[in-house]
Design a protein. Structure first.
Length: 304
């Protein structure tokens, strides 16, 4: 249900207006847009903004979730409840199907992850369903590769991104022209920060998955990160699980999403914690630590 809360900090009103303008531009310029929905706070925020942009009509594009098969159960439960509540169309494509079809090869060993395999499943889904714009919740403050993205970020017919060949976006003019087979990734909340997102969630009283708030969970430490105990990731020698009061700053594949020790059980607590944090949001993602240019390399190949 669309929030009826009217109070919003003035600078958040500006960010909201900008995001809504971009969403409306997507629908105006593109024939078959889709919203990439991970079940995390940024994609939940985008779904809320899309409701506001097109109210009282339904959201005029479907939500697409790429399911690695290693998601947190809490994420999937929240996703299904939200889609039903806002009366949106949900499309799910599975990395397991890409593995079964021989499109990708699953990694082996205790450090294996399916996170990178999502790229092929995503590109196959975009081609199959002929989507010409994929709306995502990436923000420029998250990671240096994402800071290079435009609002309308062009992808070639192979789904690849060239950060050195992007179109200028002067005076809020977005160029949605493309050749057959090409598409755009569109990032309406590019100029938001993690703090902006949480303050907007607070002001609009938007429900969030329980994973974002501190709770008891078995975790184990690897390379300075706390990973959730799960059937999808094995232990290395010396690794043992222990119960900790933790929360997650990002929500992704269980094999690469790290927890943080926290006492934040409310949105107000989360905002206070972020204010004093010395670590970046994506500092809890093991997939970003595989190489110095890990995120940019994945984005060039078609990742979110």
């Amino acid at each position: 249900m669309l929030s009826t809360v009217n109070y919003l900090r003035p600078y958040l009103k500006q960010l909201e207006a900008e995001a809504i303008f971009v969403l409306r531009e997507v629908v105006a310029q593109c024939e078959r847009p889709v919203l990439l929905f991970s079940g995390g706070k940024d994609s939940i925020l985008l779904a809320h903004l899309a409701q506001r942009a097109f109210y009282p009509a339904r959201i005029p594009f479907p939500l697409l979730h790429i399911d690695t098969g290693h998601n947190f159960p809490e994420t999937l439960d929240f996703r299904d409840r939200l889609v039903k509540e806002i009366d949106a169309q949900l499309i799910v494509r599975f990395v397991q199907d890409s593995i079964d079809q021989g499109r990708v090869t699953e990694e082996k060993g205790p450090t294996a992850s399916r996170n990178g395999l999502q790229t092929v499943t995503l590109l196959d889904a975009l081609a199959e369903l002929k989507f010409d714009a994929a709306i995502g919740g990436a923000r420029r403050d998250e990671e240096k590769a994402r800071a290079k993205e435009r609002f309308f970020s062009h992808r070639d017919r192979f789904g690849q991104w060239d950060p050195k060949n992007q179109r200028p976006e002067l005076w809020n003019l977005y160029n949605g022209r493309k050749h057959p087979g090409e598409h755009f990734r569109v990032f309406p909340i590019s100029n938001w920060t993690e703090m902006d997102v949480w303050r907007y969630i607070h002001d609009k009283q938007i429900a969030m998955p329980s994973l974002y708030f501190a709770h008891w969970r078995p975790v184990f430490e690897r390379d300075g990160m706390l990973l959730a105990e799960s059937p999808y990731i094995g232990h290395l020698p010396g690794e043992t699980a222990r119960r900790q009061f933790v929360r997650f700053r990002t929500i992704g594949d269980m094999t690469c999403t790290g927890a943080v020790i926290s006492e934040a059980t409310t949105i107000e607590d989360v905002i206070s914690e972020i204010t004093t944090s010395r670590f970046t949001e994506r500092g809890t993602r093991a997939d970003d630590k595989r190489a110095e240019t890990a995120m940019e390399d994945r984005k060039r190949q078609g990742y979110f």
